[in-house]
Design a protein around this ligand. Structure first.
Ligand code: THU
Length: 161
């Protein structure tokens, strides 16, 4: 028996003020995108804003439904939108923010498990690492080099070969 270890590093910034202007813009736009959310059930508005490899920008927000499992997270709305508007373009940077209407929105939160799985496959299908910028409406910002870092020992299409 041996023990394997998985760890990863990420950057932590005290606020958006410490970011480069281009990163700050991505975070600001993700914060704005929370306003596009349709989240009457959770009151938890998530916004995502991405820069594609081509330099285009795409936005996403969570879209809920009275039949709760029908709802889609902001990250997957964004990826589906990018795939339609700009086929074959990977995502280079994705900022994700949230506005919790029933609580605080002052610390970075990270994508749910289903989105981690979707982000990983979006990265691999376009052979383009997705740099992830996480924040609330204020406070710290975390930056990860690659979305796949969030999903160790993941299940991939190749596993079915
Ligand atoms: N949500 C996202 O949009 N992204 C995530 O990564 C986490 C959760 C949404 C789903 C649901 O509409 C609301 O946040 C509460 O879970």
């Amino acid at each position: 028996m041996k023990i394997e270890k998985y760890s990863f590093e990420y950057e932590e910034y005290e606020s958006i003020d410490e970011l480069t202007p281009s990163d700050a813009l991505l975070v600001e736009e993700a914060r704005k995108a929370t306003k596009l959310a349709y989240a009457p059930y959770s009151q938890f508005q998530v916004g995502a804003y991405a820069e594609l490899a081509s330099g285009e920008f795409v936005v996403g927000s969570n879209q809920e439904n009275a039949s709760y499992p029908v709802g889609i997270c902001a990250e997957r709305v964004l990826m589906a939108s990018a795939a339609q508007l700009y086929p074959n373009q990977g995502v280079r940077n994705m900022a994700i923010s949230y506005h919790n209407l029933n609580g605080k929105s002052n610390r970075p939160l990270s994508p749910c498990g289903m989105c981690r799985q979707a982000l990983q496959e979006f990265e691999s299908r376009h052979n383009q690492p997705i740099r992830i910028l996480l924040s609330g409406m204020e406070g710290k910002v975390f930056i990860l080099k690659q979305a796949t870092m969030l999903l160790p020992l993941s299940f991939k299409g190749d596993d079915m070969k």
